[in-house]
Design a protein around this ligand. Sequence first.
Ligand code: 0RQ
Length: 500
Amino acid sequence: MVSEQIPVITADDAAEMVKDGDIIGFSGFTPAGAAKEIPKAIARKATGEHEAGRSFKIGVVTGASTGDSLDGELARANAVLFRTPYQSDKFLRAQINKGETHFFDMHLSMLPQAARYGFLGKVKYAVIEAASVTEAGEIVLTTSVGATNTFCNIADKILIELNDQHPAELKGLHDIYEPLDPPHRREIPIYSASERIGSPVLKVDPSKIAGIVETSAPDEVGGFKESDPVTQKIGENVADFLAQELKAGRIPKDFLPIQSGVGNIANAVLGALGANPAIPAFEMYSEVIQDSVIGLMREGDIKFASATSLTLSPPVLKEVYQDLDFYKERILLRPQEISNHPEVVRRLGIISINTAIEADIWGNVNSTHVMGNNLMNGIGGSGDFTRNAYISIFTCPSTAKGGAISTIVPMVAHLDHSEHSVQVIVTEQGIADLRGKDPIERAREIVDKCAHPEYRDQLHAYFDDVKDGHTPQTLQTVFAMHQAFMEKKDMRGVDMTGSK
Ligand code: 0RQ
């Protein structure tokens, strides 16, 4: 027991407090540090309420995606009224794409301030995971910070999952700092990736803690696929490009901090950066620390990593906990408002590397919607970094679905990152450097360097002989390749010459 005032309760007791329509801020940025037992209990309550003929849905606000115990369970119980800012759960995604759950896609750095400003409605409960809690309300968080600090500050009540999978020695891994709101905001005083500006503990008003649920549930982080020849080649291309920039003196010789997205391509890119002898040991100022970072840290290729979550598969997290002193000197977890802060990204000169679903020949990128309609995950932190990066890079395989989709298209079917923010596109075919190029020069660069050879002629046919305008778009045919995929499941062989 923490104190007489803070009761230890069951997850079902906690769920009982939650009412239909409540908005809840849950901890979690990826499955790392996500609440698990209380959302499962809320899902059980929702099912019971629905069986009794009563409505029961809650607003679910988190740091980013979470694990199956949160998004999966609540979606299967049909208990999600709205969801923001990011998700990657297949059940929830299906509900969102059927129009059964409202989802609004937000830049992750902006979620905490939007919650503080009241833009998301009144947050009733913060439901968070902790490694330890004191009577005075000092909380050591677990494998992520995300927006947990903000949720605790603005919620009426706090419910804590005290998880004994995480050692008390985690204290010192986190750096909790929340900016003042306008018109009183000052600069975020971070001048290097490893700079500490806040507190190792999250301080909350202990009278707001409505109860503690004791748990032992591990983070629900899946493993990674071994990189295949395509992701391997993308990684090598990114590393070659950065080595070339270094040699040309366009990147300082000490190198710059790296931000890297999540997933298999991101893992392969980091591996390739570590393996390239021309690239010196570097720092990361990113949002997610994945398995590959830990290996590279061990080998001395990564000197320091600042992020908001430690998204590690169970065996790698175990390795980190067994040698926590080593990693605590090299890893720092910050609130997502700070890890992704545009001001800091611009100041530190971060090289951003994120993944596209598709890119167009002008340099616009779609990161979120398949064929323009169906949400995949969300924009995540990719916009926070891309728009403010020293060099912004997007990677993707040149084709999807066995070659039937070209990821290089005449115009993206949904826009997340515009041509004004995207500087470099990399596929397994090559590197398109868009800096200082006009639209036609960019189109040639992207098609010739990044498109799959099977699609190059038809893409050239779209713009080669069109002389009309600065960006010679032809609206009648701009989505002909997408249309062909919708009709016959293949973008190959589409006649784009009709555009002339
Ligand atoms: O589907 O497995 O059913 O075939 O999309 O594609 O190539 O496995 O790549 O897992 O890295 O995901 C952009 C979604 C890429 C992700 C995205 C299909 C493809 C496959 C996945 P299948 P891959 P990844 C940090 C920064 C946005 C947020 C972000 C993402 C599936 O990286 O969500 O960057 N990014 N956040 O077949 C139709 C196309 C397609 C396509 C791929 N053009 N058309 N389907 N697919 N291209 C994260 C955070 O902020 C926490």
